[in-house]
Design a protein around this ligand. Structure first.
Ligand code: AMP
Ligand code: MG
Length: 401
């Protein structure tokens, strides 16, 4: 049997590193920057007012107080966006709005609240220190500096900065186009009525949601019968448009293992991983396209996604630190685990103020069909390969989802 780490490394290597390309900013959210961004302008690009108020020379209002205001003629109105800003002459004021360029000759801004807000003449009730309420050119970013470095995850703030320094496209690791395939003659799609022996398909829904959340572009084939010819006919024509194929079902030890039967000898290898659930796994290339084949039970799919696909896809997109947060927690009940396999149990973790370690209890049993229990879990309890019983009160490793 292959260890969880070994298979994770195999899948990570199979997916490799996604090529970089320039995408419009709006398509870059959540992706990783592939090249440094140098600022083509300073931020701010020019000295400007931080307040709505009046641009003045501080010496002209040095004597101003609440009781004895200084009155100045207002010579210009400078809203934000005005590009032809006249010089401020001594003994005068310019009315100015937040973000408008500071006129030459002015050395400070008096906020409108400390004046009578006059339009022709203004009475100013306070003195100002030179430089007050002025945002200086380049105090946020200097022109030519690295505004964002390669490897940065592009969230709202990073994308905003990219636009602020003049970028409309960014070089990012482009998400893969993933084809998700559910196999099983028993699978039916809602709202079609179920006949006895049939079930509603759920794996593709989970994989599509999980992969999209990582940034992948995903399409799915939601119900392929357990028939090798039908499987090949449904998927082979679509391989050219996929960077990755993820299948579920048809890889274990039964008699109708369609994925195994179709892909053995076609570049995909099947193996047993020392874990529960999610033991039977496959990986390889089909017509050159990376393929990861997951077992069919829904909980196995979700655990396989966590253990293998999620870290591999994130790594391929240039993310680092792709592991979920691990914590130690005390078990609220005794759990059993098969010898020689790492067990991932669905759990609920709580950590209240004052507790040294948190508490964790299972949600549902070990059965890999218990999907409803997974929806009530917020973590996976990890029981190592050599553990067969983890007693109530003992500390275990918990992966926070
Ligand atoms: P298999 O690995 O194909 O033998 O499937 C194992 C179990 O998972 C069986 O009970 C299947 O009915 C179930 N299963 C397989 N694929 C799906 C799917 N896409 N949605 C829901 N259940 C599935
Ligand atoms: Mg099946």
């Amino acid at each position: 049997m292959i260890s969880v780490e070994e298979h994770r490394a195999t899948v990570t290597e199979l997916l490799g590193t996604r090529p970089a390309a320039e995408l419009p900013l709006a398509d870059c959210a959540g992706l990783v920057l592939a090249k440094d961004v140098h600022a083509s302008v300073s931020l701010p690009p020019f000295d400007n007012s931080a307040m709505d108020g009046y641009a003045v020379r501080s010496v002209d209002v040095a004597e101003a107080t609440e009781d004895s205001p200084v009155e100045l003629p207002v010579r210009e109105d400078i809203p934000a966006g005005r590009t032809d800003v006249p010089v401020l002459l001594p003994g005068t004021a310019h009315r100015i709005m937040t973000g408008a360029p500071l006129p030459q000759g002015a050395d400070s801004i008096v906020m409108v609240e400390r004046t009578d807000a006059g339009a022709e003449r203004v009475r100013i009730f306070t003195s100002t220190a030179p430089g007050s309420h002025i945002r200086r050119t380049g105090e946020d970013v200097g022109v030519g500096m690295v505004a964002l470095s390669a490897g940065t995850v592009l969230g709202p703030a990073q994308l905003g900065l990219a636009s602020a320094v003049g970028m409309d496209r960014l070089a990012v690791h482009v998400p893969p186009r993933v084809l998700v395939v559910s196999t099983g003659t028993e699978l039916v799609l809602p709202p079609q009525e179920l006949r006895h022996g049939q079930i509603y398909e759920s794996n593709s829904v989970m994989l599509v949601a999980g992969l999209r959340a990582l940034g992948c572009r995903v399409e799915s084939v939601r119900s392929v019968a357990d028939d090798v010819d039908q499987f090949r006919a449904a998927i082979e024509p679509r391989l050219a448009d996929a960077d990755l194929v993820v299948t579920s079902g048809g890889v274990s030890a039964g008699a109708y293992e369609v994925v195994k039967d179709a892909l053995t000898g076609a570049g995909v290898r099947f193996a047993k991983i020392a874990m529960q659930p999610g033991g039977p796994q496959g990986y390889g290339r089909w017509n050159g396209v990376p393929v990861v084949t997951l077992p069919g039970n829904p909980v196995s799919v979700l655990v396989s996604f966590e253990a293998f696909l999620r870290p591999a896809v994130l790594t391929s997109l240039g993310h680092t630190g792709v592991d979920r947060q691990h914590v130690r927690a005390r078990l609220t009940e005794t759990l059993e685990s098969p010898k020689g396999r790492r067990q991932f149990r669905r759990g609920y973790y709580t950590h209240s103020a004052g507790q040294v370690t948190g508490l964790v209890g299972p949600r549902g049993g070990p059965g890999s069909h218990l999907l409803a229990a997974f929806t009530q879990a917020n973590c996976l309890i990890v029981l190592p390969e050599d553990v067969t019983e983890a007693p109530e009160g003992s500390e275990v490793d918990v992966l926070l989802l």
